[in-house]
Unconditional design. Sequence first.
Length: 345
Amino acid sequence: MTAATTPKFRIALVGCGNMANTWVDYAQARGDAELVALVDLNEATARALAEKHHLGGVPIFSDVSAAIGASGANVVFDVTIPDAHEAVTVAALKAGCNVFGEKPLAAGMEQARRMVAAAGQTGHTYAVMQNRRYLPQMHAFRDLVRGSIGTPGFTTANFFIGAHFGGFRDLMDSPLLLDMAIHTFDQARFILGADPVSVYCQEFNPPGSWYAGGAAAVCIFEFEGGQVFSYNGSWCAEGAPTSWEAEWRVMGSTGAAIWDGTNAPYADVVADPEQESFTLDFKRVEAELSHNAPGPEGHFGCLDEMFAALSENRRPETDCTDNIKSLGMVFGAVESARRGEQVML
Ligand SMILES: NC(=O)c1ccc[n+]([C@@H]2O[C@H](COP(=O)([O-])OP(=O)(O)OC[C@H]3O[C@@H](n4cnc5c(N)ncnc54)[C@H](O)[C@@H]3O)[C@@H](O)[C@H]2O)c1
């Protein structure tokens, strides 16, 4: 590539495992970006990724700082394991890069606060992947909740999937809360446009579970203004699986918004506010998906938003300063389960 065509975004990809494939696909689809370094503790993993995506000319490193120094990267994709997120992201921010990283923001709240502080001190962006926000149904559901059912007061999300991963998730503590619930909790904040103030959580391991840690949880979150979000989840639930996006109901003052996590959402709303009877009649309001589509879905949609924010010199929707509130729901739930009492967030 000549100087005249030097791309705006020079990307170092750190962590070349399974999830990195999607991030590489995205970088390769952008006209204004180039992958300039691949970084992994395990060189063979980086080589395999390079081979698969025809990135033979891209240099491979084992350390993020060395990679940035040698390649002149200005953006880092942090797709490492959660325990490595703090070291990788802070090093990249201090080396002058903006960082887009995989969920969860960090492996703990102390690490997360240090990472948010590093972003603030360096003036660079650290934004977190929350791909489950970027679905047309999700945006349509949010619009129904905010526009068709009056004031939301009670939200439920059910997540029941029997996921036989094998590997680290089978051995870790709190696999559902730490590895999956971040998505559903972040969705709740997105849908309601509000933040939680407390959580009570009971975590447990149902009969037949193949996980060592608690693979199921019931959480009651209180949100600003007193509204309640209740989450029922299990990753060892055989039979009648829900969507990975969870199955949602938001009860508002004048109706209910419903989404099964797959099909188009709808609302069932009071037909005539003047009606006087024991139970009221309702009318169905369909979501208008085509008017609500946010553009590309999943990872591509979230990455589009992150890059757009950089170009427009604003904070992305999933900036660390906001996303730490979703992470706080996860660790608040873990803490509540451990202490057996409600935890303020
Ligand atoms: N958004 C989603 O839907 C989704 C789905 C799956 C995984 N993830 C997230 O993606 C991240 C990666 O998951 P994965 O499934 O690809 O894991 P993985 O184990 O397949 O890959 C992680 C890679 O990071 C490398 N690594 C670890 N520490 C490093 C360091 N300090 N420097 C450089 N490389 C390092 C490892 O060697 C490994 O190759 C995790 O945070 C995970 O939670 C997100």
